[in-house]
Design a protein around this ligand. Structure first.
Ligand SMILES: *[C@@H]1O[C@H](CO)[C@@H](O)[C@H](O)[C@H]1NC(C)=O
Ligand SMILES: *[C@@H]1O[C@H](CO)[C@@H](O)[C@H](O)[C@H]1NC(C)=O
Length: 400
């Protein structure tokens, strides 16, 4: 009787008194027009991504998680449980190095075992042969080459179900990197000039791939080798434009790749709002320009340690490219990436907020931050020897 009473009063409490910000379990489709570009109140620092509001992946929505989120203050990533890290890798954000750090440099009870020739590592839980990391170097591009938020959230769970059965309720911790949009764009340009196409990306959304008429190619033939900046910018369907916003947004909200689903301004607004919201809901994200902060936030969030310090590569290439650009070209690049620029500003503010929060509760902060990546009694090794850097053609490898 007592239990029954507690259960009923709990339901009544949450039904009537719990504020929407805390108990945002209900789909919020209609609220997009009210959504201002303020900070989302719900910041999922270190917590799993709860899936919601998309009709295409109802199967994966799991309202139980948010209940946990609200009450479990001392939330921890549990590698022995059913927790999974999912790495959303956006092109040219430094995700390759970070992906290698994840499989090679974490100080784990049971380190990933890597196979040099397959460029893959098995990252198993300490207590059983189950995978805890979904990323290029562990599982491969199982949900498509450089799968975006829309593709991953509709695919990751069923991929795990295939291997482990669908009786397990896993918790997913999405992580990603963002980069200053102008440098990222120019870096993608150079990559395309060298022959990269990512033509095997699926652009899966709403239960199907984008069609050729929705995403017409920008070039004839096999690649866009040697394209000039002006041509690169003038292709309307170039996916490099605002790539980070598109890859972070829930595209089912904007009719996927169907541009006539809503007016362009509305489409941009919804996409940006969705991208911000999904970013804030991620357990972890970092900015390429702030490697040390990213490393610290990751380590504190997941209670894991890297055995190497992250290196801050100077963005020399893109600054030299910058100086060769005409002012009107720079203006045009900014205009084409306006959403990404706003998303990046939002991300930077949010990242430093998270950083401050973690720092303020860390009594050993100074010591820790000064010695990031230095573990007592661990020999350094060079991951470049185990997995060669494959910046170019392997990006085009098929997903399986
Ligand atoms: C795109 O959206 C428009 C407007 O909703 C619709 O009429 C059209 O059929 C859609 N196109 C495709 C290919 O689904
Ligand atoms: C980046 O450039 C600055 C100034 O030129 C230099 O002091 C620093 O050592 C460089 N860092 C790396 C990692 O190359």
């Amino acid at each position: 009787m007592l239990c029954l009473f507690l259960a009923v009063s709990g339901i009544i409490y949450f039904g009537y008194f719990c504020s929407d910000q805390v108990c945002a379990l209900t789909p919020q489709k209609s609220s997009w027009s009210d959504w201002t570009f303020k900070f989302p109140i719900q910041d999922n620092l270190g917590k799993p991504l709860s899936l919601h509001s998309t009709p295409f992946n109802l199967k994966t929505s799991n309202p139980g998680l948010s209940y946990d989120d609200v009450f479990n203050e001392n939330f921890q990533f549990d590698m022995n449980g059913h927790d999974v890290i999912v790495f959303l890798h956006i092109q040219k954000t430094g995700g390759t190095s970070f992906g290698k750090h994840l499989v090679q440099d974490l100080d784990l009870q049971r380190p990933c075992t890597c196979h040099r020739r397959r460029k893959r590592c098995n990252c198993f839980r300490p207590n059983r042969n189950e995978i805890w990391l979904f990323s290029r170097y562990s599982t491969g591009w199982k949900c498509g080459l450089h799968a975006d938020w829309t593709e991953l959230t509709s695919c990751v769970d069923s991929e795990f179900d295939k291997n482990e059965g669908d009786t397990v309720k896993r918790r997913y911790f999405y992580i990603t990197l963002l980069r200053e949009p102008i440098s990222r764009y120019l870096s993608e340009l150079r990559h395309v000039q060298r022959g990269a196409t990512w033509r095997n990306s699926r652009h899966w959304c709403g239960g199907r791939e984008a069609t050729l008429s929705e995403l017409p190619p920008c070039y004839n033939g096999k690649s866009w080798n040697g394209v000039t900046l002006d041509d690169f910018m003038s292709c309307e369907h170039n996916l490099a434009h605002n790539r980070q916003t598109r890859m972070m947004a829930d595209l089912s909200l904007v009719g996927c790749y169907n541009n006539s689903y809503m007016p362009p301004l509305e489409r941009n607004r919804v996409m940006l709002a969705s991208a911000k919201r999904n970013l804030a809901a991620m357990a972890f994200f970092a900015l390429t320009e702030y490697q040390k902060v990213g490393q610290y936030v990751f380590e504190e969030t997941f209670n894991l340690r890297f055995a190497v310090p992250f290196v801050q590569h100077n963005i020399t290439l893109s600054s030299s490219t910058m100086s060769t650009l005409r002012p009107d070209q720079i203006e045009k690049v900014k205009e084409l990436n306006a959403l990404d620029i706003e998303l990046y500003e939002f991300a930077r503010t949010l990242m430093f907020k998270r950083f401050e929060k973690l720092r303020s509760r860390d009594a050993q902060f100074k010591e820790r931050f000064a010695h990031l990546g230095k573990l007592p009694g661990r020999t350094e090794f060079n991951w470049d020897q185990v997995i060669e850097d494959t910046t170019m053609y392997t990006e085009n490898e098929p997903s399986k």
